[in-house]
Ligand binder design. Sequence first.
Ligand code: SIN
Length: 276
Amino acid sequence: MASVEPMSGTLGAVMRGVDLSSSLSDDLVAEIWNAFLEHHVLYFPDQDLTPDAQVRFGRHFGELDTHPFVEGMEAHPEVIEIVTEADDRVNFGGGWHSDVTFLEQPDLGSILFAVDVPPFGGDTLFANQHAAYDALSDTMKDMLDGLVAKHSAGPQYAQGGYSTLSRSMKTKPAEGIDTIVRHPLVRTHPETGKKALYVNRAFTVGIAGMRHDEAQALLEFLFVHAVKEPFTCRIRWTSGSVAMWDNRSVQHYALFDYHGHRRHMRRVTVKGDRPR
Ligand code: SIN
């Protein structure tokens, strides 16, 4: 039986006593899945995952996705290498976001393995979007509940977008980079039935039916509110650890505070459904 120890008051838990590279029993997979739904972010220290083993672990939770704008590993297209070299000026994931919300069916979760981490810094922050929604006034909730937000990959992945500036990441322009995808601004988690704010600064570009200036004012309030400290936890990585998070209920932010050092992670993502 694995142990599960909460990381903060609102989300995140450390899970010990599991070897993710071994063949996992159905009971253990169910235990991990239940802890994932309860805590939204799980951290597994002391792991040793080859790309094959990471793919095998991810497939317990659904079909794996391939990133439309980032090259996967040659032998493992579902695995992307997230690398910041010592002299890089930007990092991948360096801003609050939920993964690939510019897709019609964004990934339900992401699994990140720390191959090599800097001697300091490089933490990942997470913010619980159920807690962010719950903390709003009833009047604000009523206003937001019926709204539809517009998402696009353009700000990050079109020519000159933030994610293309990293010299170490292999981004690729592809069809659909400027497509606008619409999702409910407040989504209901398909498994727990809880409501969550579903906008993020990286990919949310407007609100249907609102003028640009109206939408920007409301979104700016939500971007700041959604990631306030009481809704957050952080992972201080060690090499050979794994985190798994629920993109339907959290945003995350890869800090870039380790200039002069290298950071190397590998990520797989599990396909999700259409937000409702
Ligand atoms: C990401 O998936 O956005 C990257 C997270 C990280 O490198 O910490």
